[in-house]
Design a protein around this ligand. Sequence first.
Ligand SMILES: [Fe+2]
Length: 206
Amino acid sequence: MTDRLISIFPTTILNRHLDGMEEVNQQLSALVAQIAATEPNNTTGTTTEGGFQTKEDLFQRDNPGINALKPHILQAVQEYASHVLRQELQRSPEKVDFILWGWAVSYKAGHTQGLHVHPGANVSGVYYVSAPPSALAPGDIGKISFYDPRARATMVQLPYQVNRHRVAPVPGDMYLFPSWLEHSVSAFQGEGERLCIAFNAKLILE
Ligand SMILES: [Fe+2]
């Protein structure tokens, strides 16, 4: 007897931790606070409920924090995209390029983000700048949840079946995921700000 277990249509997320980002994170926090004080909130038409969201031009701003973070994001997108393309395409492309855009989302107590995907992109991601203490504790509080994309996999629930993957917003952590993967953000209560920079990449293959 010969067995082979074949995993088809896997969903791959990249988690990369960037060390030594404390100063950069302070610069990013200050930048978003300044934008929030002087520019309109861009949550209209998004699933962000109660938070503040910048325009999607964050990476075009000349700021030391952005200038330090952007190369890390470009590199992560490049590496994650090659992994996913190896996984998903029948043959490798000659060249992989992409268009990248990003925005910041700030949540205070009670703010949430409803279930959504990122239309118009192939690769999406999030980088965590700051987190309230409660979001780093176990449980749902302040976490991002990724949901099982296999629509019928939850048809008949088994005991202890996992169909939701929760991730704590640890500052310095970055997550890259397929843009079609449904996700949401749960509220936290109490002190602190949950600040993240979200981004999208549209891949251009040759
Ligand atoms: Fe999102």
